[in-house]
Ligand binder design. Sequence first.
Ligand code: ADP
Ligand code: MG
Length: 326
Amino acid sequence: MTNVVTTTAESPIADGPSASGLAATALVETPERNPAQLPGTQNVGAGQMGPTGRVMPGFPEPAALRSHGPARIIAMCNQKGGVGKTTSTINLGAALAEVGRKVLLIDFDPQGALSVGLGIPTYQLDVTIYNLLVERGHDIHDVVQHTNLENLDIIPANIDLSAAEVQLVGEVAREMVLARVLRPIVDEYDVVLIDCQPSLGLLTVNALTAAHGVIIPLECEFFAMRGVALLVETIEKICDRLNPRLKVDGILATMYDSRTLHSREVVRSVVDHFGDLVFHTVITRTVKFPDSSLAAEPITTYASTHSAAEAYRQMARELISRGGAA
Ligand code: ADP
Ligand code: MG
């Protein structure tokens, strides 16, 4: 009995962001949704009911760019681990590169999963983002690595980065170090995506201070929204004190399983809280993602015709059509 009570009392929005201004502005009209009827992510065309319970708009094929830069900088951020930050950074980046955007990915997690996921042997690196942050005199261009994909570059990281948090504490304007490091290169790219580590420590604060926007990946699991209130509060503080241009670009539901009521309920509660901040695009749970990480490739090349590759392509179009990228 106790078990039953505990399970039903714990809602995925137990720690929801009800007090935040962001949530309040996001509480726009959303049509009545019955989660039991929410469809999967496959084959949802424009004008049909999408997995978030809203009618799926059409996202036009992005126009080709005649010139490049300056980049819009987006932090992929959630202090919870395993929610799809790194997977979304790689695959959204690859999908944007596919439509001709020049994309720079920044590995900002000492685990280096983004670097490894793109085939970079992190233990052999002489210079990484760490050196740019804590040492003077490096040219950022020397740290950029090209990937096998046209238009997709990366600044890698490895475990060295774990020392940066402590080393930066004594720096003048310690929250603005990454913004300064990126300045010489932003004009050469259309989009910079920063793959944040799962914490709200100084590295993440640096990412949010350098960024124009934040994308928050949320795993479609119970407790997904635990901690989102704190994240939103942190974003608001950084906006107030350090980076007034910062905005939440959107919330991306990941690891969605349309067969479970559970997944659909989580998406419903996220849309109830955040309204149109939630991207229409939802990323399905599929083993193709861990498979493509093992192959050190984005899903857009590893399983180019798979619906999950298509989902990140749609995400790229949605982001562009929202004005989140050029
Ligand atoms: P984070 O960077 O937030 O810690 P990751 O992107 O590394 O999260 O994802 C955590 C794990 O879940 C990885 O093993 C990844 O391959 C897997 N994963 C991510 N997205 C999906 C998905 N949509 N379906 C299935 N597995 C996924
Ligand atoms: Mg990660």
